[in-house]
Design a protein around this ligand. Structure first.
Ligand SMILES: [Zn+2]
Length: 415
């Protein structure tokens, strides 16, 4: 472990108090996106603590340690547009926002953590001005080449001022699947305040804590993913900056995501009724109680025991198994459940960025998906289990020829 690259949290990101209880521990774990090249496969890796804490004061759920974002994001290999499901999701997203907030060619849309421009491309097609902010240099270059102006920097107050000077203020700022990754939210929200027009809207998407508990998707826990958001926590957080959550929608990606609309306190949009409904739902789920998370931890352990039982049984019958999908979450599952080359021959993934690399920790080779036909296995363990249905549909040939799929979470299921 490189000490200087990791820090234990000293105060709550939401309420600024220091009153935490540890509720879930995965032990020392390598970074979920730190796929290893062939040259480095025999070198030692860094392992960092991966523990989840509950804030007894404001009921926020967070990782207990923060790995330096420079380590986490500079060589990031996740590129959104490799997944057609996401391309469509963001196109629909852009259409909705464009219509609802009556954007025109003068409206500036800024996307924080814009990746390869997956959300900004449809906004540009609709005729708005767009600007991406993406600290991963390589990915920012891809976006730039595709005609999406992108700044390869981390978002903060200084950058906001620079943008206002050069491009003006933004009508809409979006942040999809990045808000959970940011440690210094004060810096980011102060930046939003500077950059947003008076009646501008900040729209974020993040995995929803209720789905996390309900579907037991513990593998959402990895070092990039610092915060586990409920509407209540977001409400408490934004209130500290004179901003208000005024609308919430559920969106069916990543196994359960919320889209949250935030405005400045005196912005013109009215508070929608569903905000209150989400808060009631969260109360029903006991999101404000420590015991809820301790019970959750027990269920995850049960999931581990059952899956290992199944895999051991298959191996003892001489069956071969490979992994399907190499998402970050897959590495949490493989490392926490300790599933390595003793169980899996290889992992297939459609992203060319990951093919030819090895999974962090367990060092299982990642290959292209045609491998399942060339180097036949009996079972495919679906690590990208939130896409289980489309994956199974896509590979009916594998099933017809006698292959079977295993969906590992929340409890192992053979299909
Ligand atoms: Zn707190």
């Amino acid at each position: 472990m490189k000490q200087e690259l990791i820090e234990k949290i000293s105060k709550c990101r939401v309420c600024k108090k220091n009153d935490f209880s540890k509720v879930l521990s995965f032990g020392p774990t390598p970074l979920a996106n730190a796929f290893i090249t062939r040259e480095k496969v025999n070198r030692e890796e860094y392992f960092y603590p991966l523990d989840v804490y509950f804030c007894n004061n404001c009921k926020f759920l967070t990782l207990g340690h923060v790995v330096s974002p420079v380590v986490l994001f500079k060589d990031y290999v996740y590129v959104s547009s490799t997944s057609p499901i996401f391309v469509n999701h963001f196109k629909v997203f852009a259409d909705d926002i464009h219509r609802r907030f009556i954007l025109n060619k003068e409206s500036l849309i800024i996307d924080i953590g814009s990746n390869d421009g997956i959300l900004l491309k449809p906004f540009k097609v609709l005729g708005s001005k767009v600007l991406g902010i993406e600290p991963a240099q390589k990915i920012a270059k891809v976006a730039q080449k595709d005609g999406i102006e992108t700044l390869a920097e981390f978002f903060n107050v200084a950058l906001s001022k620079k943008i206002v000077g050069k491009f003006g203020k933004a009508k809409v700022i979006t942040a999809t699947n990045v808000f959970a990754h940011i440690d210094d939210l004060d810096e980011v929200i102060n930046g939003l305040d500077i950059l947003l027009e008076g009646d501008g809207v900040f729209i974020m998407e993040a995995p929803y804590l209720v789905d996390f508990l309900e579907k037991r998707y513990f593998d959402l826990v990895y070092h990039e993913h610092l915060s586990y958001w409920s509407i209540n926590s977001l409400k408490v957080l934004f209130r500290r900056f004179n901003m208000q959550v005024f609308d919430v929608k559920k969106v069916p990606v990543h196994g359960g995501t919320i889209r949250v609309f935030v405005k400045k306190k005196f912005g013109k949009y009215r508070l929608e009724k569903n905000v209150e409904q989400f808060l009631k739902l969260e109360e029903k789920w006991g999101l404000d109680k420590k015991q809820t998370y301790l019970d959750f931890a027990d269920k995850v352990l049960e999931n581990k025991v059952k899956l290992l039982e199944l895999l051991r049984e298959l191996k003892s019958k001489g069956k071969s198994i490979a992994g399907y999908g190499a998402p970050a979450k897959g590495n949490t599952l493989l490392n926490y459940f300790s599933i390595g080359l003793d169980f899996l021959e290889y992992i297939v993934d459609d992203s060319p960025w990951k093919q030819g690399l090895y999974s962090p920790g367990k060092r299982i080779p990642v290959v292209e998906s045609s491998e399942i036909y060339k180097n036949r296995v009996d079972f495919l363990l679906i690590l990208a289990w939130n896409f289980a249905d489309p994956i199974i549909k896509k590979h009916d040939k594998f099933k017809e020829s006698g292959g079977k799929f295993i969906v590992p979470v929340p409890t192992p299921k053979v299909i």
